[in-house]
Design a protein around this ligand. Structure first.
Ligand SMILES: *Cc1c(COP(=O)(O)O)cnc(C)c1O
Length: 377
């Protein structure tokens, strides 16, 4: 097999027709209003509330700032239990806010926080749980909520991967106290940079809106220590145009995932990471696991073989956050306490998935993977 001429990246941003964006931009220009509760962000917020099936939503300039704001809105202090198998933004949001991240191990199938491990990690300083719906696969929502209820803890979800995920029909943003979404360009739905918080009641949304605008409640009253987390009108315009293209993008991704499933289905030692029954996927990632003992070569070997063919797969998530220099000295970061997460981090690989990816390319990628079997590449 000859390498691809141009790199095949793991994702490509969904670009709506430029005319669709400029048409909406004309409205912004006519209004002379670029940010602070503009018309476009109002339109996007309403459209996303309906799309996601959440009662309350607040848009942000990015997902990380949204996560900071969620922690502040719930007044979390002391220790918060989280997963090491995630993107750096998750533990960073805690540490940056003066909260100690406490890593707990994950479930071997879902790859999300294991409620039993969470319960073991609770101390008198624990105030909350920060779960991550990895690859859009929901955490054990009931299990985590039961632990939280038994110990009086708040639950925040990092739903950056879970835009559009539904659990028996319910929007993923209706679980826990607050759910963060990311609209970064690498995510399925995006506003170049952007994000949101979903919550259940109006009072919490008011609090969030206040915190994302410096804590200002009127021109002469600043009530709390806020920051600047507002989404601007240009981001909102892009989001509205992207939203119009989403159904088609998802259909294409569904077909590509079906191709991957078929082509990799009988490769012994390679499994696709997929959601359990009753879950509507976010179609955001194509993650596989490589069991070296059965497959005959390692995840790193496959990653390298793909790279040699100009296919840029991602070891997402490797290394674990608990292995970062800034966290590895925490008692909870001890690798011996996180065996399931360590194994997952050694086995997972995210493969290219985006609507404009040609089906033939998917077939080639699967052929390259299959050819690694037994160490022959
Ligand atoms: C993308 C991502 C974030 C960060 O979101 P930004 O919008 O880029 O700030 C946080 N957590 C996870 C799991 C992510 O994938």
């Amino acid at each position: 097999m000859t390498p691809f001429d141009k790199p095949v990246y793991v994702t490509a941003p969904l670009l709506p027709p430029l005319e669709a964006v400029t048409a909406r931009l004309a409205d912004v220009w006519a209004s002379g209003w670029l940010t602070n509760n503009g018309r476009q962000q109002e339109l996007l917020e309403a459209a996303l509330r309906a799309y996601l099936g959440v009662p309350q939503l607040s848009l942000f300039n990015n997902g990380t700032i949204a996560l900071f704001t969620a922690l502040r809105a719930l007044d979390l202090r002391g220790e918060v239990i989280t997963t090491p198998f995630t993107f750096p933004a998750t533990p960073h949001a805690l540490a940056w806010s003066g909260v100690t991240p406490v890593f707990a191990d994950i479930d071997p199938v879902r790859l999300t926080l294991d409620p039993a491990r969470v319960e073991e990690a609770i101390t008198p300083r624990t105030t909350g749980i920060l779960g991550v719906h990895v690859y859009g696969i929901p955490c054990d929502l009931d299990g985590l909520q039961q632990v939280a209820d038994r110990h009086g803890l708040k639950v925040i979800y990092d739903g950056a991967h879970a835009f559009g995920t539904r659990v028996n029909g319910a929007g993923i943003g209706t679980f826990g106290d607050i759910t963060m979404l990311s609209f970064h360009a690498t995510k399925l739905f995006h506003t170049a940079e952007g994000g949101a918080l979903a919550c259940r009641d109006e009072a919490m949304r008011e609090r969030i809106n206040q915190l994302k605008n410096f804590g200002i409640i009127d021109p002469e009253t600043v009530l709390s220590i806020g920051l600047n987390g507002k989404m601007n009108e240009l981001q909102a315009v892009l989001g509205l145009a992207v939203l119009d293209c989403l159904a088609e993008e998802i259909d294409r991704r569904k077909a590509l995932l079906q191709l991957y499933r078929r082509a990799l289905g009988d490769v012994d030692g390679v499994t696709m990471v997929e959601e359990p029954p009753g879950i509507e996927s976010s179609y955001q990632y194509c993650a596989i696991r490589i069991d070296e003992a059965r497959f005959g070569c390692s995840r790193d070997d496959v990653h390298r073989a793909l790279m040699n063919h100009n296919v840029i797969s991602r070891k997402y998530f490797f290394p674990l956050c608990s292995d970062y220099a800034c966290y590895r000295d925490l008692p909870s970061a001890d690798p011996a306490r996180l065996p399931v997460a360590r194994t997952a981090a050694m086995q997972v690989l995210c493969l290219p998935l985006y609507g404009s990816l040609p089906p033939e390319t998917v077939q080639c990628i699967c052929d390259i993977i299959a050819s690694c079997r037994g160490g022959a590449s």
